[in-house]
Ligand binder design. Structure first.
Ligand code: ZN
Length: 64
């Protein structure tokens, strides 16, 4: 009595954020180059954020 088939467990685990609080995106400031870590106030504008502070925003991108 051999049943050759074993039930396949299709477990699709997504590599998501859940339970991974320590991970926050970060990117370098376009002016001073210091890494800035994601902040809640940047949640909606993170893609547009380039400078870590108003001072850097005024200074603008690093001169070549
Ligand atoms: Zn900066």
């Amino acid at each position: 009595m051999a049943t050759g088939k074993a039930p396949q467990t299709s477990e699709t685990r997504k590599a998501g954020f859940k339970g991974n609080k320590s991970f926050l995106p970060s990117k370098p400031c376009a002016s001073c180059g210091l890494p800035m870590t994601w902040r809640k106030r940047w949640a909606k504008t993170w893609d547009e954020v380039r400078y870590c502070s108003d001072a850097c925003r005024r200074t603008g991108p690093k001169a070549p």
